[in-house]
Write a protein that binds this ligand. Structure first.
Ligand code: FES
Length: 163
């Protein structure tokens, strides 16, 4: 083997070493990038994190508004208070549409009906009222914490948030 061939062989070894190291570094980097995405709180304002619903004055008293990004209904009562209902049925989890003409939420799966003012069950098999999300009103903006759903057995006034 000449000295020149020896150099080429050594270069090949170095190349393979660098290639292996590069592949390993890429795998480890991808693993930790994926882990970071998984464990970080949702900062994009989507479901599972704090969702900015909008300014207080954007919601008329007595209105029901679906906030699709957070999968909840933001209901503003006649006195100006807010409550946020998770759109998920408390029976088996179907999405519950709002029926304005009935002033109620009616689940298409097995017919549970929820009152628009309280979220309480007025018909069907649902075992409890619609779950709610905590609301924070800061600087005239309504924020809803969709990472913290709260089950309840009944409606009470302290579930209403005021700005
Ligand atoms: S999932 Fe809504 S009534 Fe069954």
């Amino acid at each position: 083997m000449t000295e020149n061939q020896n150099k080429t062989k050594l270069s090949r070894h170095q190349f393979l070493g660098i290639a292996w190291f590069g592949a390993l570094a890429t795998l480890v980097g991808e693993f930790f990038a994926g882990l970071l995405v998984f464990i970080q709180p949702n900062l994009e304002g989507g479901f599972g994190g704090i969702v900015r619903a909008g300014k207080v004055e954007e919601f008329l008293p007595g209105s029901v508004n679906l906030v699709q990004a957070g999968r909840f209904y933001l209901v503003r009562n006649g006195e100006g208070g807010f409550i946020a209902y998770w759109q998920r049925c408390t029976h088996l989890g179907c999405s519950v549409p709002y029926e304005e003409e009935q002033a109620a939420f009616r689940c298409p799966c097995h017919g549970s009906v929820f009152d628009e003012h309280t979220g309480e069950v007025t018909g069907g098999p649902a075992p409890r009222p619609m779950d709610i999300f905590p609301i924070e009103i800061t600087d005239g903006e309504v924020f809803v914490d969709t990472g913290n759903p709260q089950e309840r057995s009944a409606f009470s006034d302290d579930q209403i948030a005021y700005g």
